[in-house]
Design a binder for this molecule. Structure first.
Ligand code: SD4
Length: 328
């Protein structure tokens, strides 16, 4: 029996036998948290990694007009995919070591449906292709040429994603060809976004051009469900930015959602997520990872390894850039 049904059934059965106060006192702490989060007291909210003002504003516009969380996510992160001056996402993203811009993205809805594209070239909006994979195919992930071909079939146009600026920097990089990920690059990076809509439903998305000057074919955490993003509509969602290899090793976003299911707050869960990574990397302090999370009640949290990470929240309480606490 599903947990939700179990709770519903056990509550109904108990209600017939006991008075309300007694019934509440019979619940475990965890059950209290889950059932109170199911009560209809919903405040839409969107949160995203880094200080992505325009993307979070766009997503909030969708939510505040009564739109659903999935549309808010797609339209929100697209703002960054379309911003050619942002060299970490979509058009204008930094290329791999061979000079090719390859994009990764994934999206997940309230029913646990998900779609992803990996190492896709020449298509400007990987988040929208990921959504099409989710909605129009029997698959979850399409990679490389297959993803690109699918996008053309769905009407996406071929686009040159390598801007003059990114090309110039890549040519400069080639002089030394040293792969050395930069911490807090330009103070923004991959955009991961989570939203709760007026129905209390949660969706999430994550989109990136990946690590600059990566090997051809390299894929990080961002399009991997459970690593760069995870949503469970009964509990909450989490998403990540930073060195994807380390997030994959701990299945970071899934871990954080499971920790929230066990009763941790989003903040506590993000902190534990980072600690797990650091436990596997003793003595290393040369890389960044940031997690953000939201629970069903709309509580949020964020935590990172290095100082400098922040995340945006947008709700009726305002549009806020929240500096994240860090492990180091
Ligand atoms: C990746 N997590 O490809 C992404 C990129 C990123 O800092 O966030 N870089 O590993």
């Amino acid at each position: 029996m599903k947990r939700r049904n179990f709770l519903k059934n056990s509550t109904a059965a108990t209600a017939g036998m006991l008075s309300a106060p007694l019934m509440i006192s019979c619940k475990t702490e965890n059950e209290k948290k889950i059932s109170s989060s199911n009560e209809k007291n919903i405040n839409p909210i969107v949160i995203c990694t880094w200080n992505f003002f325009n993307a979070s504003a766009k997503a909030w516009k969708v939510l505040s007009n009564g739109g659903d969380a999935l549309d808010a996510i797609e339209q929100g992160v697209k703002v960054e995919e379309d911003d050619a001056s942002n060299q970490t996402v979509g058009t204008g993203g930094r290329p791999d070591r061979d000079g090719k811009v390859t994009l990764d993205a994934c999206i997940m809805d309230k029913d646990g449906n998900c779609g992803a594209v990996l190492a896709m070239q020449n298509i400007a909006n990987p988040i929208s292709v990921a959504r099409k994979v989710m909605e129009d195919t029997p698959h979850v992930m399409l990679a490389g040429k297959g993803a690109e071909q699918f996008a053309y079939e769905k009407g996406f146009k071929k686009t040159d994603l390598l801007t003059e600026q990114s090309k110039k920097e890549w040519l400069e990089w080639k002089k030394t060809s040293q792969y050395k990920p930069i911490i807090n690059i330009e103070n923004h990076d991959t955009i991961g976004m989570l939203a709760i809509d007026k129905n209390g439903d949660i969706a999430g998305g994550c989109t990136t051009s990946g690590m600059a000057y990566k090997m051809a074919g390299r894929v990080g955490d961002s399009p991997i469900i459970g690593a760069g993003l995870f949503v469970d509509n009964e509990v909450g969602g989490a998403t990540a930015t930073g060195v994807g290899e380390e997030v994959v090793r701990t299945v970071g976003s899934f871990l954080i959602v499971e920790l929230m299911r066990q009763g941790k707050s989003p903040q506590e869960a993000c902190e534990e997520g980072v600690k797990r990574i650091m436990a596997k990397n003793e003595g290393r302090n040369d890389f960044q990872i940031g997690f953000i999370a939201i629970n069903k009640k709309g509580e949020t949290g964020g935590y990172c390894i290095q100082p400098g990470f922040s995340y945006r929240t947008y709700s009726e309480e305002g549009h806020i850039n929240n500096p994240s606490q860090s492990f180091l």
